[in-house]
Design a protein around this ligand. Structure first.
Ligand code: CTP
Length: 396
């Protein structure tokens, strides 16, 4: 665990008394530990004990006296954030994005993987709202360290007891030391929309956010893969150290940036929503409004996926996307063949919660050998992990 950065968020629950033991175990294993807690957690366990054991100040408020806790940097600093004990209340806030204390601000801005260890009485544990919230958090990609059966603070015996510090330590260690399976591999990922200029102020574009492609780039990078991310005009970005971003605007620029690097790549994932057409001419000055109708003549852009499919080498893997709203499977299979891809990931516009504007997506993967794998509706981050699992299978 030497040098690994662990951020622990403590919420108000009697199980908070176990956290100093966990901090000790982590520090003994040479991890760097920082602790944040809610005001009610401070009623159960002393911040002084935690700051002494962790050798760092413990943050409770967004601002206290003359200092301000930088919640964004805390979540970026950590290799992992563990919320333990995670009370029923905090779990509900996490599932619904409620930001009313420092811990929630850190959680909502954290870019590191997240683990939580729930603690509560059995009746709360069995409540359908808690079950639903836990499911939501799992869909966000968070790892839940299951509560255990045993004596509860109420004196009752049942489910809801927070996992012991040794178990939490083990889970953190397992996660941080998980073998990265794509070390030494390089991948090109295209993401986001493209904008095709009409004049200095107007363009033809689409609603792609780039979220799915960025999630794939991050999931690949989390397995140690080096990424060349060719990103269209998206307001999203990523700071992953293994991801090199080349920002482009038009389909032609995306083509040029992709062609420039593909030869050195082991795989390519073409998730960008590339414009199929671009204006034949771009006016140097702003086009003025006239009385008569206005027609734009469009010319075809280069199909990046198809071109890469035509030049790819035997040991290169190429994956494309298909966004369809009718005869989905037929079109997906047609793209798989015509673009010489190894797999096509289909998302249908007919599936609720899938597509550009959503944080969730529903996909089916069609492989060259006829294998077809359908996934249920999940967050784009969770699906990215599923896609990467497939990629690991294919590159093994
Ligand atoms: N694609 C690409 N370059 C283009 C157009 C598409 O690399 N100029 C890639 C996309 O990134 C995606 C796949 O091709 O991986 C499918 O894109 P899509 O637009 O759905 O397919 P098209 O071939 O453009 O067909 P259509 O628009 O008729 O569905």
């Amino acid at each position: 665990m030497k040098g690994k950065k662990v951020l622990i968020g403590i919420t108000g629950s009697i199980a908070a008394y176990k956290i100093p033991f966990l901090v000790r175990l982590l520090v003994k294993a040479e991890a760097e530990v920082k602790v944040i807690m809610t005001l009610s957690a401070a009623e159960f366990v002393s911040p002084l004990v935690l700051s002494t054991l962790s050798k760092h100040d413990v943050s409770i408020n967004l601002s206290s006296e003359n200092t301000w806790s930088n919640h964004v940097m805390l979540g970026r600093w950590a290799d992992i954030m563990l919320i333990a004990p995670a009370s029923c209340n905090t779990i509900a806030k996490m599932a619904n994005g409620i930001c009313d204390n420092l811990l929630m601000s850190v959680y909502l801005s954290a870019t590191c993987p997240l683990m939580l260890a729930p603690a509560m009485d059995e009746d709360m544990w069995n409540h359908p709202s808690l079950k639903k919230n836990i499911q939501t958090l799992q869909q966000f990609g968070h790892q839940v360290v299951e509560s255990e059966y045993g004596e509860l603070a109420s004196g009752l015996i049942g489910m809801g007891r927070m996992a012991e510090p040794e178990k939490l330590f083990q889970e953190i260690e397992l996660f941080l030391n998980k073998k990265k399976r794509l070390i030494g591999k390089k991948a090109l990922v295209t993401a986001g929309p493209t904008y095709e200029n009409l004049d200095p102020v107007r363009f033809i574009g689409n609603h792609s956010s780039g979220k799915m492609g960025i999630a794939i780039a991050e999931a690949l990078a989390n397995e140690g893969c080096e990424i060349e991310l060719v990103l269209g005009p998206s307001h999203l970005s990523t700071k992953h150290p293994l991801i090199n971003i080349t920002r482009v605007t038009s389909a032609q620029q995306m083509y040029d940036a992709s062609i420039a690097v593909f030869d050195q790549m082991n795989l390519g994932v073409m998730s960008a929503a590339v414009a199929d057409y671009t204006p034949l001419t771009v006016s140097e000055s702003k086009i003025k409004k006239k009385d008569e109708e206005f027609t734009i003549q469009l010319t075809k852009t280069k199909d990046i996926l198809k071109h890469l499919g035509s030049i790819k080498k035997e040991n290169q893997l190429l994956i494309g996307f298909a966004l369809e709203n009718k005869d989905e499977k037929t079109y997906a299979l047609k793209k798989l063949k015509e673009k010489n891809a190894d797999a096509i990931i289909l998302n249908s516009l007919n599936d609720e919660g899938a597509g550009f504007a959503h944080d969730t997506n529903k996909i089916t993967i069609f492989e060259k050998d006829g294998t077809e794998t359908a996934f249920p509706l999940k967050t784009k981050q969770q699906l990215a992990i599923d896609i990467v699992e497939k990629i690991i299978e294919w590159t093994a």
